[in-house]
Design a protein around this ligand. Structure first.
Ligand SMILES: [Zn+2]
Length: 327
């Protein structure tokens, strides 16, 4: 057996370190309800871990058919071409929208895995009752096949898929991850993703149990316990409201918030830097959000939601895509 040089051992050690980190990160799946690991890695390690995760995600479905678009590699189960085509019809529009506003572009084509409900739950390691419609994990996007939660003809499902905007949501997680090097706090990450999704499609997650006619979660709860808060729908709505308030504060405020997080700021410091006042200001104005009384927002009106004649059946992303309810 040939003796290894010190350089070869060093390379081997680095590869092993990256593999160990990838295995560690694989323990935690990034769901819309359970967002990305907020592990602050060095940029090189962060990029290396994402490269490993991307390779693994592609290797796992190497035998599946593929749709290529200029910026995406879409893998889907054999026989699910119609749904994969629905996804493919949206990805480039969402990509152009998200990265024009967030800045930067991924160096490599984005891997999207379209999966059945059972396969998605198995991939992500979640119980079936969580029923996620999408996920982002280390540069890779998972999407539940549209026919699993949208009914109607292919054209109707395509219109309904566009009206929900899940690709814009997951791409925003990718942008957040890129910009902050994996440091994005969970609730601001979900707030940004929902905000961009809303601006793209008009979709908002509104349902009976996330009305503001109830006690709000505090900033401390959102920042410290977001993933485990029992009313996830309310936590998500508040996270959206915070980001919307930041965006409305002044031009470029959200970008300043992201830059501060990238530089190591806490969520509170980052929002403070962005809006020029205490972060609680954003949530304190939540008193005016109560019960649909409407907070006068300077944010632009959402584009009109499309009506598709199709039904969104998922509990996670219900059919109320009006985008009209005031904060
Ligand atoms: Zn999300």
């Amino acid at each position: 057996m040939a003796k290894r040089s010190p350089a070869a051992w060093l390379r081997r050690a680095v590869i092993l370190l990256v593999m160990c980190l990838a295995a560690l990160l694989a323990v935690r799946v990034v769901l819309r309800q359970a967002p990305a690991p907020r592990l602050a890695l060095g940029t090189d390690v962060h990029d290396a871990v994402r490269a490993v995760a991307r390779d693994q995600a592609l290797a796992a479905v190497a035998g599946e058919p593929t749709i290529r678009t200029p910026h995406f590699i879409i893998k889907y189960p054999a026989g699910d071409r119609a749904d994969a085509a629905i996804v493919a019809s949206q990805v480039e529009k969402a990509y152009a929208f998200v990265f024009a506003r967030m800045g930067g572009r991924p160096a490599d084509p984005v891997v999207v895995r379209v999966e059945t409900r059972a396969a998605l739950a198995a991939d992500l390691g979640v119980p079936p009752n969580q029923d996620p419609l999408g996920a982002y994990w280390r540069g890779v996007i998972w999407l539940l096949t549209p026919s699993a939660y949208l009914s109607g003809t292919a054209a109707q499902r395509q219109a309904a898929f566009a009206a929900v905007g899940p690709v814009a949501h997951e791409l925003t997680h990718l942008a957040d991850d890129d910009i902050t090097g994996g440091r994005m706090p969970a609730f601001l990450d979900e707030g940004m993703a929902q905000y961009m999704q809303w601006r793209f499609s008009g979709y908002r997650w509104l349902q009976a149990d996330n009305t503001f006619c109830q006690p709000h979660y505090s900033w401390r709860q959102l920042a410290g316990e977001f993933d485990s808060l029992p009313n996830q729908a309310l936590a998500y709505r508040e996270s959206f409201a915070v980001v919307r308030a930041v965006e409305a504060a002044s031009p470029g405020a959200a970008h300043r918030m992201l830059a501060a997080i990238a530089a190591g700021a806490t969520s509170a410091q980052a929002v403070r830097d962005a809006v020029g006042s205490r972060e609680e200001t954003a949530l304190a104005s939540g008193s005016a959000w109560s019960c649909g009384s409407g907070r006068a927002s300077s944010a632009s009106a959402a584009p009109a939601a499309q009506t598709a004649g199709a039904t969104v059946t998922s509990r996670a992303w219900p059919a109320n895509a009006s985008g009209r309810e005031p904060l």
